[in-house]
Design a protein around this ligand. Structure first.
Ligand SMILES: [Zn+2]
Length: 369
């Protein structure tokens, strides 16, 4: 006989408890009988359906019909019972016993194909650049993404009132008002702090490239991202000249973009280099013509030249911060350069929105696999 909800005449606690226990054992027994998904559905409906389900009937017969003085006790018992029944129903699952008969194993079927991942275009570009300098004898240096004001600005010759130190441009860690300015933590705005950190640890000569993530307080749009990637390079030795800088970068650009590219330096300003320059290469998309067929070349804005990096001779003031480790500005000289990897990847792959690199859409990334 399937379980039906009895009408109660005795509302004493022991009687309620007995009725509740009967109900629970009926539910437990029925849940053990569930085999298929259809069984499961009718089992759930029978107990939980809002209109005629057993829980609804219990509510009506045991609670609503209870005499006034027994309502409180009945309420407690019914609520506990409802919770237990709900647990039992939710735990019930199709055991699948009959379905097993239809299952068999075909060992000749091919295995599950797992798609092979590919390098992210930004990582790939970064690795290519690192490898070009690796062949020139540069080693890779890395440093923390959360930096102090000292390493990010002060030791790189940024004056105290430099606009880059403003929260409009730099993301500072909150709640540091009482910390001395030079110890305040921030998300590094360039990979340059690693230059100082390396020179503190290594005596000259130094030849390093520094790939890594950097942050600026920029709202995301097609050409900006609050997080992006840089590669910087630093070479320090006795008698390094601007000629070494030009020769090294000219070689690197030819290795990266093809032996036909030409390079061109224009004067610029950075606090940590003097003199400073921007390096342009002939547009590797239109070959320096400024046009693609009859169409204007957008990446180089029809100029035939693309700015790829900033560079310069290390400012003697920067060496002053690491003078005690063998970097006497009177004895050593060096050059530094830095480039935005994401921007180069955008140009190289003809992508017109930097956000695509960070949104994780597999359909976009499959193109690079
Ligand atoms: Zn062009």
């Amino acid at each position: 006989m399937p379980y039906t909800v009895p009408k109660l005449t005795d509302y004493s606690a022991p009687a309620l408890e007995k009725a509740a226990n009967e109900c629970i054992s009926a539910c437990t027994a029925e849940s053990a009988q569930v085999r298929t998904d259809a069984d499961l559905k009718s089992f759930r409906d029978r107990w939980m359906a809002r209109k005629q389900g057993i829980l609804t009937q219990i509510n009506d017969r045991w609670l609503k019909d209870a005499p006034k003085e027994a309502k409180r006790e009945a309420g407690i018992q019914v609520n506990a019972l409802k919770a237990r029944i709900t647990e039992l129903v939710e735990a019930a699952h199709a055991s699948g016993a009959p379905a097993l008969d239809n299952e068999c194993l075909d060992i000749s079927l091919p295995g599950v194909r797992r798609p092979i991942g590919a390098e992210h275009p930004v990582v790939k570009t970064s690795n290519e650049i690192v490898s070009v300098f690796g062949k020139l004898g540069y080693s890779v240096a890395e440093g923390p993404v959360v930096e102090t004001d000292y390493y990010n600005f002060e030791a790189l010759n940024f004056p105290p009132d430099h606009p880059a130190r403003d929260t409009q441009d730099t993301l500072f860690i909150a709640g540091q008002q009482s910390t001395p300015a030079r110890d305040r933590l921030l998300l590094r705005t360039h990979t340059s702090p690693v230059q100082i950190r390396t020179m503190e640890k290594m005596r000259p000569p130094v030849r390093i490239v520094i790939p890594g993530k950097v942050h600026r307080n920029d709202p995301p749009d097609a050409s900006h991202s609050p997080m992006f990637h840089q590669i910087e390079g630093l070479a320090v030795d006795t008698s390094i000249t601007f000629g070494d800088l030009k020769g090294t970068l000219d070689h690197a650009m030819k290795a990266l973009f093809g032996s036909s590219v030409r390079t061109h330096f224009r004067p610029s300003f950075f606090p940590f280099t003097e003199p400073s320059a921007e390096l342009y290469v002939t547009c590797f998309i239109c070959g320096g013509k400024g046009k693609r067929g009859y169409d204007p070349c957008r990446p180089c804005k029809q100029s035939g030249w693309i700015e790829v990096l900033g560079c310069g001779m290390v400012d003697p003031n920067v060496f002053e911060f690491v003078k005690d480790n063998g970097y006497d500005p009177k004895k050593v000289s060096g050059f530094a350069f830095g480039m935005g990897v994401d921007r180069l990847a955008l140009l190289k792959y003809g992508v017109d929105d930097i956000q695509l690199f960070f949104q994780g859409d597999v359909r976009f990334f499959e193109q690079f696999g």
